[in-house]
Design a protein around this ligand. Sequence first.
Ligand code: TXA
Ligand code: MG
Length: 341
Amino acid sequence: MITEIKQIDEKSLLAAKEIIRLGGVVAMPTETVYGLGGDACNDDAVKRIFEIKGRPSDNPLIAHVHTGYDLSRLIDYDPPMAAKLRAAFLPGPLTIVYPSTGKVSPYVSCGLNTLAVRVPSHTGAQAFLRAVDIPIVAPSANISKHVSPTSAQHVYDDFNGKIPLILDGGSCRGGIESTVVDVTGEYPVILRPGLITREMIASVCGECGVYAPDLKPGDKAKSPGMLYKHYSPRCKTQLFKDDGLQTALQAVLAALQSGERVGVLCENAVVNEVRKGAANCTVFDLGATPEQMAANLFSALRQAEERVDVLVAIEPREKGGVMVGVLNRLRKACLSTDVAH
Ligand code: TXA
Ligand code: MG
């Protein structure tokens, strides 16, 4: 199969619509990361998405709709807190998990009695969702466990030959996936941190929990995606805490000495010190603000796997707000080795 990358216009949207109608898969941009989209009501399309991603069959998908879509067609009950969240944050990088059974293909929610619904703000995503006018399931458009894609080229790198069309909407501004929030209980609970923070949700709903299970193998997770190693570049990784810069530099020098190509991933504030301490490594500068670090993280991880054998990552000092999501991704990306320090 030939994979085409097309700018989003009337012609490419018509082509995308036809692919979706026939049960095929189209990659689309969103403000967070690119998604691999298919008809949420078509069993074969949904199964195909799991298959080409290599996604574990117990990890449910998010249904994406345009801003004018009638939500009652997708969910069983609309809790008052959800209306508040929609008014405050949608369209945007927030996915809401509602009580829902039997409205879309049973493969979407993997047997859970809930459905995750997202209304992206990206104009290209909205144009596509309006053109098809059906709910589109779209996991991040990366091979399972690999780094999420923030450009059409990233999608191409993972799925060339496996999907017919990538709608190109430029680089994703958000850079990390949407916040996933469950509204099926008494108050909202974050299942996956993202750009809409716990504080932002609490300011709208009064309170907001965070699902942080102490899971043992075999336990059933509320958001099954939380269980897996994820976002991993195809190079060796080592992660150091923000106060472990000197130890990180020793690790860099040791790897350089053994002849490996070494990269350092760090926030802008420590770039100079890293360059002074280890001149021969490649520095991947995440930027200075939490928003910049979110936007740059995945493309930095993808550049690293192309250019180095070992990536030494140093955690940024800021831990709150948007950084909760950034650190969640960074730590999972580096799970192959223990957090040193
Ligand atoms: O920003 C995003 O959300 C991107 C773009 C493409 O929209 N999509 C995305 O999808 O990140 P994916 O499939 O890579 O991640 C979906 C996450 C997983 O952690 C999954 O377990 C969780 O949402 N999820 C989906 N449906 C759920 C449900 N019914 N209950 C709990 N968690 C759910
Ligand atoms: Mg994903």
